[in-house]
Design a protein around this ligand. Structure first.
Ligand SMILES: C[S@@+](CC[C@H](N)C(=O)[O-])C[C@H]1O[C@@H](n2cnc3c(N)ncnc32)[C@H](O)[C@@H]1O
Length: 242
């Protein structure tokens, strides 16, 4: 352990000394790589191991709380977290959507959060491009007691009532335009997009301001599991083609 720590410190110093512009300048990334090597697990898998051994199966609240403990005390992963999660919960309660699309499931934290707020008979479609994360998300969803089949059912879909965007920020705008073109958005469909202020999605915000297709507002909140970084979620209500 000591040797690895010394190596990490030397790497950081060398990178800083020569102003090497690599991610290795960030000691957190080096520590994460070191943890990945030592445990043989990704940080998402480490979080899942903790949830598996500490949360109550079949209890979504317990699963979310256990994730929050891990992410705030041990190792950050980019779940929406409890504060912005409450904004998501409130909007879902207010609108009771029957068809929901989530872009970016990561470990399934927000998926479980959404699923527990949906009315009976609602359908949630969740998309995750990273196979390792998707495998974790499936296990987390099953652990929470939500039927995995809801993710796999045939996509016989006519309208999306609610879309939660929390994938790569540069995909927000093209994916929103793709949804507009698909005809799946109807008057009153809600789109909630996370992290529009940090890391930020300026092209997306510029578009929704100009397009005239949405009524929208920003819910300001701190970045998940952080105290000092300001972030926000954009809530859009689709007004239909004018
Ligand atoms: C910020 S994390 C999502 C956190 C999750 N919504 C939560 O709160 O628990 C972003 C995730 O989006 C996924 N992602 C990025 N671009 C994507 C895309 N185009 N399609 C599907 N998933 C994507 C990444 O692999 C990553 O797991």
């Amino acid at each position: 352990c000591v040797c690895v720590c010394v190596c990490v410190c030397v790497c950081v110093c060398v990178c800083r000394l020569f102003s090497i512009k690599t991610s290795f300048k960030n000691p957190c990334i080096l520590i994460r790589i070191w943890k990945d090597c030592v445990t043989g697990l990704s940080r998402e898998e480490r979080a899942f191991q903790y949830v598996l051994t500490h949360a109550t199966p079949g209890d979504p609240d317990s699963i979310l709380d256990t994730f929050d403990v891990w992410c705030s005390k041990v190792e950050f992963i980019s779940n929406i977290g409890p504060k912005k999660g409450k904004i998501l919960d409130r909007l879902l309660m207010e609108h009771s959507p029957l068809t929901v699309l989530e872009l970016g499931a990561h470990c399934g934290y927000s998926t479980v959060r959404i699923a527990r707020s949906l009315p009976l008979g609602a359908r949630l479609y969740s998309i995750e491009m990273d196979q390792r994360n998707a495998a974790i998300a499936e296990k987390v969803i099953r652990l929470a007691g939500f039927d995995d089949d809801t993710l796999r059912s045939d996509y016989n879909l006519e309208r999306l009532d609610f879309v939660f965007m929390d994938h790569w920020k540069k995909c927000y705008l093209p994916d929103l335009q793709m949804l507009e073109g698909s005809g799946l958005l109807g008057k009153g469909s809600i789109i909630l997009a996370d992290n529009v202020l940090f890391p930020g999605a300026p092209k997306f915000l510029r578009y929704i301001r100009k397009s005239g297709l949405y009524e929208w507002k920003i819910h300001r909140a701190m970045l998940e599991y952080s105290k000092g970084i300001r972030d926000g979620m954009a809530e859009l209500v689709y007004q239909g083609i004018k």
